[in-house]
Design a protein around this ligand. Structure first.
Ligand SMILES: CC(C)(COP(=O)(O)OP(=O)(O)OC[C@H]1O[C@@H](n2cnc3c(N)ncnc32)[C@H](O)[C@@H]1OP(=O)(O)O)[C@@H](O)C(=O)NCCC(=O)NCCS
Length: 339
């Protein structure tokens, strides 16, 4: 059975920045509080009203194709993790397929909030491992600014917009995805959700007035579950694969809160320089965070590096992936890593 290996990474970040100072003008908050409680300094915002998640996803995917030197019609499958699709249907994957000109691909969206990229990656890997497909695009993309209430200081400080994408291809050698663990627990659903716009609460004047089309979260509860969930699942995947902190070259954590990341790294016994962190620049881009980290750190990745990817998010949903990196990131044309 071939393994599914990541063979290219791409990204898209809007140019507009929303800094902590900007947020001080919108809600009762301050830079020091945001930095010490979350680790965030600024986020990117897609302000063009004519552009949405599929635009960012397509840009990230196009960069993957350019870097790998392949054409869109070679893609077999497109999976998009997102909670901010352009619209409920068609799926974002269909919009990306069309914008990319991926004439031989099928695709679908995965709705798993902050675990969206990890769940999409695990799903895409199955199609490679089974031999059904040769080239699978896995994208994590969210325009969180479209569902954030910028008068709610408990959520608007956290989220930003962005997209990351990877290509999965078969690898017969020792590299690629070795193991993954996924969980959901719907009893946590009430702590982090967007209530309206679905079949239970279709859009109405009332749902708009009650701001039920925005993210609501009980931050303290989510924090408590996230710290435990992400650390437990990361420790679990290490145990299953006989890995110690010394064996792991990089932790690629979902970027929700620096304190959650630190707790996970410490449970894994990792030195801080092995942890990919870019939350200070982009905030929480939901499904975008993990591929955006891979993009920023790609120049430091070498064949055989052991990576543990871990995420926790709405649902609740959480998981971890253990993979052996497949290529020399320093040799990728145009790589300008920031990690
Ligand atoms: C949201 C989050 C940053 C809040 O941090 P926290 O340390 O839990 O803060 P609390 O909610 O306990 O609030 C502490 C105090 O700060 C206040 N506060 C909340 N938001 C604030 C803000 N933006 N600026 C200033 N003060 C704020 C609260 O009102 C509270 O005041 P009180 O003690 O007088 O009641 C944190 O809970 C978190 O990161 N949760 C997980 C979020 C997450 O991961 N979500 C995405 C899905 S993975």
């Amino acid at each position: 059975m071939p393994r599914a290996a990541i063979t290219a990474v791409g990204h898209f970040l809007p140019e507009d920045r929303l800094t902590n100072a900007d947020l001080e003008r919108l809600v009762d908050t301050n830079d020091e509080w945001i930095r010490t409680r979350t680790g965030i300094r600024e986020r990117r915002i897609l302000r063009d009203p004519d552009k949405a998640t599929s635009y960012m996803a397509t840009r990230a995917a196009q960069e993957v194709l350019d870097r790998r030197g392949i054409s869109a019609d070679e893609i077999d499958l497109i999976i998009v993790g997102t909670v901010t699709p352009d619209m409920l249907f068609p799926a974002t994957a269909c919009l990306v397929q069309h914008q990319l000109g991926a004439s031989n691909a099928w695709g679908f969206d995965v709705l798993a909030a902050c675990s969206g990229f990890l769940f999409s990656l695990a799903t895409g890997a199955q199609f490679i491992e089974s031999g059904k497909h040769q080239k699978v695009l896995v994208i994590g993309a969210d325009k969180m600014s479209s569902i954030v209430d910028y008068s709610d200081r408990t959520t608007c400080i956290i989220f930003g917009d962005g997209a990351g994408a990877v290509l999965l291809e078969p690898h017969d050698g020792p590299y690629g995805i070795i193991d993954s663990v996924e969980h959901v627990d719907g009893s946590g659903g009430d702590f982090l959700k967007m209530e309206a716009g679905g079949s239970l609460l279709p859009a109405s004047h009332e749902t708009v007035e009650r701001k039920q089309h925005s993210v609501r979260q009980e931050g303290r509860q989510v924090f408590k579950f996230a710290v435990k969930g992400m650390a437990d699942v990361a420790a679990n995947i290490m145990e299953r694969n006989d890995l110690t902190g010394n064996d792991v070259d990089f932790l690629v954590p979902h970027q929700a809160n620096l304190r959650i990341i630190d707790a996970t790294a410490s449970r894994m016994g990792l030195d801080p320089d092995k942890v990919m962190i870019n939350i200070e620049r982009y905030g929480n881009t939901t499904a975008g965070t993990i591929p955006l980290c891979l993009y920023d750190w790609e120049h430091r990745l070498r064949p055989g590096h052991n990576l543990v990817l871990a995420a926790f998010g709405g649902g609740f949903s959480w998981g971890a992936t253990y993979l052996r990196w497949a290529y020399d990131g320093s040799k990728v044309r145009g790589v300008k890593g920031e990690g």
